[in-house]
Design a protein around this ligand. Structure first.
Ligand code: NAD
Ligand code: GDU
Length: 320
């Protein structure tokens, strides 16, 4: 059934891809974004746009909405260590304002962008949702605090909510792709080297206890991730808060990513070994059994070369 949804952060990378999927599924979409890290061109044609802040959500959230998909946040792990207050204010304060506005207006359905960073250094891999949560950064802590707030809102006030804990989001969907400034994520950075816009990729540490010594991550295609959001909207049941990891369950090392970029683009990618980045766990791989069982989700774009190829096409479009 088609509905009307508010997408906070819909001018950003993941929010724009999900907004586009909602539109393609026949839903009405209103994007609320203050454009701090997003771009006006990221808002899909077909969506209404409000340039505003989630901390003022009460101005725009009304009973005509069937639900909210909440992406708006700051998400740089390193910055969060240097400026934790910025993360508590936006991620936690902003979500508190949003939840209050939803409660007032009687909007009862929420899908929230949580993160693998809520777990911290894993004791078990693949990581299930039942794993201990011990975030190693204020970013992860702010997202975990929001997950707890949402559980309370579901229990006390009947909100139906799903938190999706993304692992490493990558790839692109047509004209919607990753565009952070400054960019800190591995795949877009390696693609910039392949384009000749950067001299070399710095490999952060080659002495981890992994097969080739570099960190292993679970890369998930942004379009597979978007499909999970639409399923999560259907699964959200009043008074319940579901938490599901989203990943493919396969790990790739930094060196494997670099090698895949060389193969897909046909360009040389010089690499230099740099010191470890603080707070990086050696291996992060998801158990996504809950998303399969509770949402009926299954990723169909798990191949790393395909993910890199879609990201490369997006990067090339922007360069031309
Ligand atoms: N990209 C990833 O690999 C990844 C992994 C795990 C979780 N997440 C989460 O997914 C969400 C989206 O990430 P992304 O990579 O698309 O980030 P992004 O920076 O591209 O998008 C975030 C959007 O939110 C907007 N925004 C920020 N604060 C706002 C506010 N107070 N009011 C209104 N708009 C605001 C920004 O302008 C931006 O358009 C974030 O919540 C992030 O924490 C992302
Ligand atoms: O120039 C670079 C950039 C990254 N890396 C390495 O590549 C891997 C992936 O790094 P990203 O920065 O692309 O992604 P993260 O794994 O750090 O971060 C992701 O997972 C986090 C959870 O730990 C958060 O959810 C975050 O939002 C999400 O992007 C890491 O081992 C990192 O050390 C490099 O070697 N060189």
């Amino acid at each position: 059934m088609s509905g009307k949804y508010l997408v906070t952060g819909g001018a950003g990378y993941v929010g724009s891809v999900v907004a586009q999927h909602l539109i393609e599924a026949g839903h009405e979409v209103v994007v609320l974004d203050n454009l701090t890290t997003g771009f006006r061109e990221g808002v899909p044609e077909g969506a209404s746009f409000i340039e505003g802040d989630i901390r003022d959500a009460a101005k725009w959230v009304d009973s005509t909405f069937d639900g909210v998909l909440h992406f708006a946040a700051f998400s740089q792990v390193g910055e969060s260590v240097a400026k934790p207050e910025k993360y508590w204010d936006n991620n936690v304060g902003g979500t508190m304002a949003l939840l209050g506005a939803m409660r007032e207006a009687g909007v009862r359905r929420l899908v929230f962008s949580s993160t693998a960073a809520t777990y911290g250094e894993p004791r078990q891999v693949p990581i299930p949702e039942s794993a201990p949560t011990s975030p190693t950064s204020p970013y992860g802590a702010s997202k975990l605090a929001v997950d707890h707030m949402i559980t309370g809102e579901a229990t006390a006030h009947g909100l139906g909510a799903v938190s999706l804990r993304y692992f490493n989001v990558a790839g692109a969907y047509g004209r919607y792709g990753e565009r952070h400034d400054p960019e800190s994520h591995l795949i877009p950075l390696v693609l910039q080297v392949a384009q000749g816009r950067r001299e070399a990729i710095s490999v952060y540490g080659d002495d981890y206890p992994t097969l080739d010594g570099t960190c292993v991550r679970d890369y998930i295609h942004v379009a597979d991730l978007a499909e999970a959001h639409l399923l999560a909207l259907e699964a959200a049941a009043p008074g319940e808060h579901l938490i599901c990891n989203l990943g493919n369950g396969n790990g790739f090392s930094v060196r494997e990513v670099v090698e895949t970029v060389r193969r897909v683009t046909g360009h040389p990618v010089p690499e230099v070994v740099a010191p470890r980045r603080e707070g990086d766990p050696a291996v992060l791989v998801a158990s996504a059994d809950a998303a399969r069982e509770k949402l009926g989700w299954s990723p169909s774009r798990a191949d790393l070369a395909g993910i890199v190829s879609d990201a490369w096409q997006f990067t090339q479009q922007r360069a031309n």
